[in-house]
Design a protein around this ligand. Structure first.
Ligand SMILES: Nc1ncnc2c1ncn2[C@@H]1O[C@H](COP(=O)(O)OP(=O)(O)OP(=O)(O)O)[C@@H](O)[C@H]1O
Length: 250
């Protein structure tokens, strides 16, 4: 289990503005937690803190526990992280981009490719290995970034709006693919999303953040397994989430 214990984030210089206050939650292994909330409430900052890449101008106090052990997020490698922008390196090919995390983790190049290559097809990236990011559509770039994240053998995955640039059909496919993959190969996923349909379709629990500074104002378990989530069953949950988000006047 990945646990965040009261986390505060503030701007370290200037007015010392508080961005995030007393944020606590947990992500169980093999489960998906979606973090939703109005723009600017601090979702990305929370996820960046866990990934160990909070910018220098922010100061964080909090505790991160993995399987009950306190870890320093800045030590890196707690979780695979996919930032909001696809962050592919423009001077590397898609193959090189996708394999990069594995190579940094110490896998020889050929072995990294053996591991990544079979995933190009299910990600709709056939024929792109030798291309550069600028030669792909926005959706393809996002899928390549997602593949680079998923291919790493981490127990926890942090996804900051991973499907936001995808068209509706591709998005549905990727959500289904991710759900199936998690079934076969359970990981703990923390996913930031603005899409309530996505949150209720994908999550085992939805964490709602609101306010300035941002706090967790609700932690809502989704009470049915993913394969039994009809639109009718999910509609009242979405109404509940919408009401919580609209309550936030900041
Ligand atoms: N490098 C920075 N320096 C100072 N303030 C920052 C910096 N990055 C973000 N902020 C501020 O921190 C607050 C939280 O930003 P953050 O990106 O975490 O919010 P968010 O909920 O993820 O927003 P969005 O949904 O729009 O991505 C915002 O008020 C933002 O202006």
């Amino acid at each position: 289990m990945l646990q965040v214990e009261p986390l505060d984030i503030r701007i370290s210089g200037g007015d010392g503005r508080s961005l995030v206050e007393a944020v606590s939650f947990q992500v169980e292994e093999g489960s998906v937690a979606c973090l939703i909330g109005p723009s600017g409430c601090g979702k990305s900052s929370v996820i960046k803190w866990i990934a160990g890449i909070l910018p220098d101008e922010m100061d964080a106090r909090g505790r991160l526990l993995v399987e009950g052990r306190t870890v320093d997020p800045r030590g890196g490698l707690v979780a695979a992280y996919q930032p909001q922008t696809d962050a592919l390196f423009p001077w590397l090919t898609i193959r090189e981009n996708v394999c990069l995390g594995l190579e940094i983790a110490g896998l020889p190049r050929a072995e990294a490719w053996r591991k990544a290559a079979p995933l190009f097809e299910p990600f709709g990236l056939n024929g792109t290995a030798h291309l550069f990011p600028r030669q792909l559509s926005g959706g393809m770039r996002q899928r390549a970034a997602f593949l680079r994240t998923i291919v790493q053998d981490r127990r926890y995955i942090l996804l900051d709006e991973p499907f936001s640039a995808l068209d509706a059909i591709t998005k549905l496919r990727m959500q289904e693919w991710l759900a199936a993959r998690l079934e076969a190969d359970p990981r703990g996923v923390l996913m930031v999303t603005h899409d309530l349909h996505e949150a209720t379709r994908m999550a085992d629990r939805v964490l709602v953040m609101a306010g300035r500074p941002g706090r967790i104002v609700a932690d809502i378990p989704i009470p049915f397994p993913r394969h039994r989530r009809s639109e009718t069953a999910l509609a009242p949950l979405r109404e509940e989430l919408k009401a919580l988000l609209l309550e936030d006047k900041t």
